[in-house]
Design a protein around this ligand. Structure first.
Ligand code: NIG
Ligand code: FE
Length: 418
């Protein structure tokens, strides 16, 4: 494998940073720095140089071994997408339930019929760890070909200590064996298991007293999540769980305000969550709560689109000075796609984000929402060489515009062509 890659004649090198930022908020989200007719140098898995072709270092092409030169004439280079919210470890798809959705049943009605998350949780009890691993690895390979270079994966389809641990062990194996950068999140409080109906607090006790300590002691999670929403977990439940998580070193990244003004945003910010995600029900009060915090507001266009819900007020939020991240929510129930190019397009088409804002939302800001913006999310010296080369495309705007097809031609992860 070459340990030096030189990409030459790049039509446009996109999302370049000389002074790397942790994220972009408000008006800054319109800043997208690019270099036309550029080169990019990658050494030992890291970005070690970039600039205008005429300034290319003299010693190239190099005689050294393990050197690969790629001509990117007519093509662009982007930092890989970071997908900061997925549930891509799951036992089976749910296309039959999708027909109920077409017939008009709401997410909550499907959940009440024992569908939704509980349907997946039932299947999770029986599937072997190996099968779960293999199917998730296939999904990782698929999203890799579409330009994703880092992904967060949640548990939350187990809902018993044993099955939650099984999911987290699978995520751990994926971390060890996939070239993608992966973060794992414990989401024991994703739904109330059927056997705890009417005894929700007892399930919360189980999450706090049994699941969290065991997961933390085996170091199986980076973050903790709760589905804090109408019909699921209350603000009080969420408060207790996030407090317990914090005691065990797990920072919050929560599902909030998807179904109602649930108070999820407020409790997330109270615990300095790394992100609060979904946010369809975000009003003036919630925007004020999010201002000047370290919490990344994360919108999941795939779920809102697939479920036919109201769209989060992304435009208002950015205009109020907030940052926005856009992630896929890849899962079998509400967003059966991990295609971040589609999410980029949706950012522009459904949420009125400019192409520049949308690109920031799927790269740097999602990297921040995984605590990876020091090493991913932009083209900057010393960052991990997770980038993709596009097919020949006419402009940057073409990326969100030409929706639905794969514009990625070559993927490089950790400085290696995939
Ligand atoms: O993020 N909102 C909660 N959980 C998932 C849905 C999971 C499912 O339906 O399987 C989501 O959309
Ligand atoms: Fe989700």
């Amino acid at each position: 494998m070459p340990n030096t890659i030189l990409i030459k004649n790049i039509k446009e090198l996109v999302q370049v940073e000389d002074q790397p930022l942790k994220m972009r908020a408000g008006k800054q989200m319109s800043d997208l720095h690019t270099i036309g007719n550029a080169y990019l140098l990658i050494e030992d898995g890291k970005i070690s140089g970039f600039g205008k072709m005429e300034k290319i270092p003299g010693q190239f092409p190099s005689k050294q071994q393990n050197f690969l030169s790629i001509d990117a004439s007519g093509k662009m280079v982007f930092p890989s997408f970071c997908d900061s919210h997925t549930h891509l470890v799951y036992p089976a798809s749910r296309e039959i339930e999708y027909v109920d959705k077409i017939k008009g049943l709401s997410y909550e009605e499907i959940a009440k019929k024992g569908g939704g998350i509980l349907n997946t949780a039932r299947k999770m009890q029986d599937i072997s760890e190996d099968e779960l691993y293999e199917s998730a690895m296939e999904r990782l390979k698929e999203i890799t070909t579409m330009g994703t270079g880092a992904v967060e994966i949640k548990s939350g389809y187990g809902l018993t200590t044993e099955s939650e641990l099984k999911m987290l062990r699978v995520i751990h194996r994926l971390k060890e064996n996939s070239p993608l950068s992966i973060k794992s999140t414990f989401l024991g409080a994703h739904s109330i298991p059927a056997k705890y109906r009417g005894r929700q607090e007892e399930y919360v006790d189980l999450v706090i007293n049994e699941m969290i300590p065991q997961i933390a002691s085996e170091e199986l999670a980076d973050y903790i999540d709760v589905f804090c929403d109408k019909g699921f977990f209350t603000v009080e439940d969420t408060d207790r769980i996030l407090m317990a998580g914090l005691k065990h070193g797990l920072r919050a990244k929560i599902h909030a305000n998807e179904l109602d003004y649930s108070g999820g945003i407020q409790v997330g910010v109270k615990y300095n969550a790394l992100s609060v995600d979904h946010l369809e029900f975000t009003g003036a009060k919630e925007i004020v709560t999010l201002k000047n915090t370290e919490t990344m507001p994360t919108i999941l266009p795939g779920a809102a689109f697939f479920l036919g819900m109201v769209y989060a007020p992304a435009r208002k939020m950015i205009d109020a000075g907030l940052p926005i991240a856009l992630a896929s929510d890849f899962n079998p129930g509400s967003s059966p796609s991990g295609n971040m190019q589609l999410i980029l397009s949706m950012g522009s088409i459904l949420y009125q984000l400019s192409p520049e804002e949308s690109i920031n939302a799927v790269t740097l800001n999602t990297a921040y929402a995984m605590d990876l913006s020091n090493s991913l999310g932009s083209i900057a010296l010393g960052k991990k060489a997770n980038v993709f080369i596009t097919k020949p495309i006419p402009s940057i705007e073409f990326m969100p515009y030409y929706y639905g097809s794969n514009k990625v031609e070559t993927v490089i992860l950790n400085g290696e062509v995939q």
